[in-house]
Design a protein around this ligand. Structure first.
Ligand SMILES: NC(=O)c1ccc[n+]([C@@H]2O[C@H](COP(=O)([O-])OP(=O)(O)OC[C@H]3O[C@@H](n4cnc5c(N)ncnc54)[C@H](OP(=O)(O)O)[C@@H]3O)[C@@H](O)[C@H]2O)c1
Length: 139
C-alpha cells in the first residue's frame, strides 16, 4: 500500500507517444505513476526508456487493455493494493469510446477526488465524471 502523502496517477496507452511523455512529465513532478499498455512487451520496453530517464523509482507498470473489462478490473485491484488511491487518471489510449471512464471501476479504487485528463477525446467530447465529488476535467 502506498503512502497517503504521495500522489498517484494512471496513464492508459502509455507505451509510446503522448502517453509515454505524460508519464515522464508526471514522474518528473514527483508523482507516482502507473504506466499502462495493452501489450506487456511494449509496456516493458517503455519502462526501459523510463529507466534511462532516471525515473523508474516513480513509475510502475501494469498491463491494461481499456476495451477489456477483466483487464481493467485487474488494474483496479493493482491500484488498490499498490497505491490505495488514485489522484490523476489520464485517459490516453487511442480508441474511440473505450477509455477508462467507467464510474463503477474507479469509484471502486477510491477515486473520490482528483483530476481526469482525456487526451483521447476529440473536440472536447468528454462529459463530467459523475463518480467524483469535485472533478477537475481537462480535455
Ligand atoms: N497526436 C496528436 O496530434 C493527437 C491529437 C489529439 C488527440 N490525440 C489523442 O491522444 C492519444 C494519444 O495520441 P498519440 O499520438 O500518442 O497516439 P499513439 O502514438 O498511436 O498511441 C496510442 C496509444 O494507445 C494505445 N492503445 C490503443 N488501443 C488500446 C487499448 N485498447 N488499450 C490500451 N491501450 C491502447 C496504443 O497501444 P499500442 O502501441 O499497443 O497500439 C498506444 O500506446 C490518442 O487517443 C489520440 O487519439 C492525439
Amino acid at each position: 500500500m502506498g503512502e497517503a502523502t504521495e500522489r498517484y496517477a494512471v496513464v492508459t496507452g502509455a507505451n509510446k507517444g503522448i502517453g509515454l511523455e505524460i508519464v515522464k512529465q508526471l514522474a518528473s513532478a514527483g508523482i507516482k505513476v502507473v504506466l499502462t499498455a495493452r501489450n506487456e512487451e511494449r509496456g516493458l520496453h517503455a519502462m526501459e526508456t523510463i529507466k534511462a530517464s532516471g525515473l523508474s523509482h516513480l513509475v510502475m507498470f501494469h498491463q491494461v487493455d481499456v476495451a477489456d473489462a477483466t483487464s481493467v478490473a485487474s488494474l483496479a485491484d493493482f491500484i488498490k493494493s499498490e497505491c490505495g488511491k488514485l489522484d490523476i487518471l489520464v485517459n490516453n489510449a487511442g480508441i474511440g469510446g473505450g477509455a477508462i471512464k467507467d464510474t463503477d471501476l474507479f469509484t471502486s479504487v477510491l477515486f473520490n477526488r482528483g483530476t481526469i485528463l482525456n487526451t483521447n477525446d476529440k473536440y472536447g467530447q468528454s462529459k463530467p465524471y459523475r463518480g467524483l465529488d469535485n472533478p477537475n476535467l481537462n480535455n
